[in-house]
Design a protein around this ligand. Structure first.
Ligand code: NAD
Length: 264
């Protein structure tokens, strides 16, 4: 491997890394030379971490971690320090969604979505910041927001609230952690094919009309100016830039990576 890999000598932790966008992010950061900690509530993350290590030739660590558990998150950061001695980049990617009309939306579902998407990012940032501060000269915290941090969609008030919340969290932490040389930014994907989007297509499709599988998603993709759905690589490309030294003067921002779906 050449020495031009952008993440050489960096340690990067990605939550929600067993599948979907998080797995794609972990793979790309590993391919760019990072040692990657893959965290997920699913035990399958250990298998994913082993596969990422095999394909990249880099070191990885898989950790079973529910980001809503302060104890799990604390253990994740301890395991990261024990294994790699440092942390440069935390990517708060874990997320979840449910879709329901207001009268069917339970308090439990509301609380769960807020807990994973917003509180989880808070807990991980809180636990990771001291290690990043001590061990990295150019620390980064990158938080998964969404197009739904720009505009709420129908039947997902809890998800929209959680992702608008991620932007507030991002701005506030960017101000507090700037003195430690840690930048904090959010990324807003539009439509990226994943288990989450398969669920979205099915449930919104059912509630908004009688759509065949994939039909609703196809309708929404037609309206994307760049004419296609996003990929894991589209998201990872943005994050690789935000994690790089070249992005050292960018903090407190939420950046859309959605083919122009949202322009605010
Ligand atoms: P996904 O559902 O396909 O994968 C999410 C991963 O997070 C899974 O591996 C899951 O096990 C893990 N996870 C869920 N809850 C967890 C918890 N409490 N602790 C640890 N891990 C947990 O989702 P995705 O489409 O890959 O989305 C990744 C992120 O991007 C999420 O934050 C999501 O809200 C956001 N996002 C996705 C899209 C999209 O189009 N797919 C669009 C906008 C934003």
């Amino acid at each position: 491997m050449t020495s031009t890999r952008r993440m050489e000598n960096k340690v990067v932790a990605v939550t929600g890394a067993a599948a979907g966008i998080g797995r794609g992010i972990a793979d790309r950061f590993a391919a760019e030379g990072a040692a990657v900690v893959l965290a997920d509530r699913e035990d399958s993350v250990h298998q994913t971490a082993a596969e990422t290590a095999r394909t990249s030739g880099n070191q990885t660590l898989g950790v079973t971690c529910d980001v809503t558990s302060e104890a799990d998150v604390s253990a994740l950061i301890t395991a990261t320090e024990d294994r790699f001695g440092r942390l440069d980049v935390l990517i708060n990617n874990a997320g979840t969604i449910t879709i329901a009309p207001l009268q069917d939306l339970s308090l439990e579902a509301w609380n769960r979505v807020l807990a994973v998407n917003t509180t989880g990012a808070f807990l991980c940032a809180k636990a990771a910041a001291p290690l990043i501060r001590r061990t990295s000269a150019s620390g980064r915290i990158l938080n998964a927001a969404s197009g739904q941090a720009r505009q709420g969609f129908i039947y997902t008030p809890h998800y929209a609230a959680s992702k608008f919340g991620v932007i507030g969290l991002t701005q506030s932490l960017a101000k507090e952690l700037a003195k430690d040389g840690i930048t904090v930014n959010a990324y807003c994907p539009g439509i990226v094919g994943s288990d989450m989007w398969a669920y979205n297509d099915r449930e919104w499709g059912r509630l908004l009309g009688d759509y065949a599988p994939g039909e609703l998603m196809a309708t929404w993709i037609e309206d994307i100016p760049l004419g296609r759905a996003g990929t894991n690589d589209d998201v990872a490309n943005l994050l690789l830039f935000l994690a790089s030294d070249e992005a050292g003067y960018i903090t407190g921002q939420a950046i859309n990576v959605d083919g122009g779906m949202f322009m605010n």
